[in-house]
Design a protein around this ligand. Structure first.
Ligand SMILES: Cc1cc2nc3c(=O)[nH]c(=O)nc-3n(C[C@H](O)[C@H](O)[C@H](O)COP(=O)(O)OP(=O)(O)OC[C@H]3O[C@@H](n4cnc5c(N)ncnc54)[C@H](O)[C@@H]3O)c2cc1C
Ligand SMILES: *[C@@H]1O[C@H](CO)[C@@H](O)[C@H](O)[C@H]1NC(C)=O
Ligand SMILES: *[C@@H]1O[C@H](CO)[C@@H](O)[C@H](O)[C@H]1NC(C)=O
Ligand SMILES: *[C@@H]1O[C@H](CO)[C@@H](O)[C@H](O)[C@H]1NC(C)=O
Ligand SMILES: *[C@@H]1O[C@H](CO)[C@@H](O)[C@H](O)[C@H]1NC(C)=O
Ligand SMILES: *[C@@H]1O[C@H](CO)[C@@H](O)[C@H](O)[C@H]1NC(C)=O
Length: 588
């Protein structure tokens, strides 16, 4: 196929993708499957991608589904009394690392699902706060708050999460204004049910507020302190937002990112290095009487015809197999052009993009996820594990704002060596740059920070190397080890957590709180320990391919496929798996 027809095909796929969902009639829904599947013998827990970092399933012997705080209390008591290892599991399970996996010893493991614990949303109008059951979904909360004349200021961009789950991993949107983009910094109180002595009935409820030293531990707790029952969040009078995307050159990005966040309350930047393009989001609060009733239905979270998701995946896999970097760049360019034409999914009237600025209520502009509500078996989220759709890794690194400039310059150096090598990330969402403010949470960010996300192809098989994977590995190691960036707790491959215990100045205070609240480690497992303690794992053949290790020998890559452990191109200390057709790279 020549490059024009190829580009045209991708355009058609994407355009079709955009229009078709409106025309499909209800048959039977393909809403996301429950991540927790139990039968009489045991339960299996998956994340939303249906595949954990190491591709191994995790199990529990038994599950319980409390509906009230009282029942949640009973569930924790039950686990403690019977010496079980417990984890709280949500309806969504959208965290990529195995934080919610109970212990490997299945016979002692118990999961407490908050799937049905989502009844109470109490809005205190006088004090502008809302208190919710921890299993309440983000969309459910946003709609309830707006119906009472308030807005939730910060939230992640994706709405398929629960309040308990999202604060536990430090989830965020983007802002340096006010309390900033992290949801946990808008939390003013929470209740957590922790193990207790027999005399106390094996579990007790702690009601924590700002003045309590344990509060800073409990705001971002990875689920290892106990079961959060209630969360109280600050809300503000209902407001609207006005959004304009500026698709422009990436020249000067390193000098603009600070001003950009200072100028626009909900600023972000999407950087497509291979396309030399930066997309600045000019996004500000506007008065409630400004006209506009738009919806931000972010393109990546739309309800896609499964046939399209499968075709896009098949195309990507073919380009991988044929080592067609140029083909990846054609799709990256087509994807970017399509995003520009559709404003990333902004819809002025709720249906179509007709021009900037796009103005709408906060409840419709911050967070989305229309694929969660598929009305048909023919549509789903693009990554739904039941279809042959997208499968990707997701690296998310958090930098102190001041050092981010040097990181951008390093990435530009790497890009300039061969811009085409970056097309693989630009086929997803490039490098998404967001802002969060300094926080008191022990496992939050102690200073104003920048968060970057980038996604890249994950093969069907763990031992299949991927086109230009050395570039993603260098980017990953540069972020986490050269610049000491912190990994987002809910994303990343396991190597991103190496040495994480040295990166938080209040890390020890968190560990002390954990020992105080859960001395028997009821809520910890091998899996969550692996993440929280950032230990290096034993290396095995091919381990670097999945980000389970950093290679130090060729066998950690895939010598049989000509991928050898090699030095980074810009960050020389990086050790990455690089394709080399003829010559074995000289020793490291
Ligand atoms: C498509 C997609 C888009 C995303 N977008 C963003 C984004 O824009 N910004 C961002 O920051 N993140 C984002 N994330 C990550 C997401 O916000 C986090 O993974 C979030 O933690 C998921 O919430 P959940 O309810 O699914 O929790 P789970 O993944 O089920 O649980 C997370 C952790 O919290 C614990 N936990 C859950 N509930 C409780 C409770 N009641 N008490 C104690 N512990 C509990 C669990 O045991 C587990 O350790 C995204 C993820 C996906 C898949
Ligand atoms: C439970 O499910 C597992 C795997 O899905 C299966 O092997 C097992 O036989 C099932 N047990 C029962 C009682 O259905
Ligand atoms: C499963 O958990 C419930 C508590 O929710 C308990 O009553 C029941 O005995 C447990 N079953 C097994 C087999 O452990
Ligand atoms: C878009 O950004 C560029 C570079 O910062 C700037 O020169 C241009 O004026 C911006 N366009 C708009 C419409 O703001
Ligand atoms: C919005 O309300 C303010 C007063 O609250 C008023 O001054 C302004 O003219 C109104 N704007 C519009 C577009 O109605
Ligand atoms: C998991 O933890 C248990 C103790 O809870 C330990 O006995 C076991 O060896 C660990 N397994 C692995 C694979 O680390």
């Amino acid at each position: 196929m020549d490059s024009f027809s190829f580009t045209f095909l991708i355009w058609c796929l994407l355009a079709f993708n955009h229009i078709l969902p409106l025309t499909i009639q209800t048959i039977e829904a393909r809403i996301p499957e429950s991540p927790l599947q139990c039968n009489q013998t045991f339960c299996i827990l998956h994340n939303s991608y249906g595949k954990w970092g190491d591709r191994k399933d995790c199990y529990a012997l038994n599950a319980t589904y409390p509906t009230t705080e009282q029942e949640l209390h009973v569930a924790v008591s039950f686990a403690v009394e019977h010496n079980l290892k417990a984890k709280v599991v949500t309806k969504f399970s959208h965290t990529i690392p195995k934080l919610a996996c109970p212990d490997q010893a299945v016979q002692n493991s118990f999961v407490i699902s908050t799937e049905s614990y989502n009844r109470q949303i109490q809005i205190d109008v006088a004090n502008s706060v809302v208190t919710v059951d921890a299993g309440v979904g983000l969309r459910q909360l946003i709609d309830a708050v707006e119906a009472s004349g308030f807005s939730l200021v910060a939230s992640p961009y994706w709405e398929g999460v629960t309040i308990g789950g999202l604060i536990s991993t430090g989830a965020h949107g983007s802002s340096w204004w006010g309390k900033g983009g992290s949801v946990h910094d808008h939390v003013v109180g929470l209740s957590i049910i922790v193990p207790a002595s027999k005399a106390e009935g094996y579990a007790k409820i702690l009601r924590l507020e700002a003045h309590d030293p344990l509060f800073n531990a409990a705001k971002v707790s990875l689920g290892v302190l106990g079961a959060i029952s209630k969360v109280t969040l600050r809300v503000e009078p209902r407001f609207k937002r006005s959004i304009t995307y500026n698709f422009t050159s990436d020249v000067g990005l390193e000098d603009l990112y600070v001003d950009h966040a200072n100028k626009y309350e909900f600023a972000d930047i999407t950087w497509y290095p291979s396309q030399h393009t930066a997309v600045y989001r000019y996004d500000s609060r506007v008065p409630l009487n400004t006209s506009g009733n738009a919806v931000f239905d972010f393109i990546g979270f739309q309800n896609n015809p499964t046939s399209i998701s499968e075709a896009v995946r098949a195309t990507e896999s073919l380009l991988e197999k044929t080592r067609n970097t140029h083909g990846k760049c054609l799709t990256a360019a087509a994807t970017l052009a399509f995003k520009k034409a559709t404003a990333n999914g902004l819809k002025n009237n709720g249906i179509l993009f007709t021009g900037y600025p796009v103005i709408g209520y906060q409840s419709k502009m911050q967070t989305s996820g229309s694929c969660l509500y598929s009305q048909s078996l023919l549509t789903s989220c693009a990554w739904d594990p039941r279809i042959k759709g997208l499968s990707f890794y997701e690296s998310t690194a958090i930098f102190p704002a001041s050092i981010f400039r040097d990181f951008i310059l390093d990435v530009k150096k790497l890009r300039d060596l061969n811009p085409e090598h970056f097309c693989g990330v630009d086929n997803y969402n490039g490098i998404l740059i967001r802002y969060i403010k300094g926080s008191d949470a022990y496992l939050g960010q102690s200073e104003d920070s920048i968060v970057i996300d980038f996604n890249y192809y994950r093969a069907k098989d763990a031992l299949t190397p991927r086109l230009n994977q050395d570039i993603w590995e260098e980017l990953e190691q540069m972020a986490f080890f050269k610049y000491g960036a912190k990994p987002h707790w809910a994303k990343n491959r396991i190597i991103a957590f190496l040495g994480v215990d040295k990166k938080y100045q209040n890390y020890n205070k968190f560990i002390e709180a954990k020992q105080q609240l859960d001395p028997q480690n009821v809520f910890s497992s091998n899996w969550s320990d692996e993440i929280l303690f950032g230990k290096e794992l034993e290396k095995s053949d091919g381990c670097a391919l999945e980000g389970l290790c950093i290679c130090s020998e060729h066998r950690h890559c895939s010598p049989q496929n000509n991928y050898y452990c090699s030095q980074g191109l810009v960050y020389k200390d990086a050790r990455v798996c690089r394709y080399s057709k003829s010559t074995l790279p000289s020793s490291l």
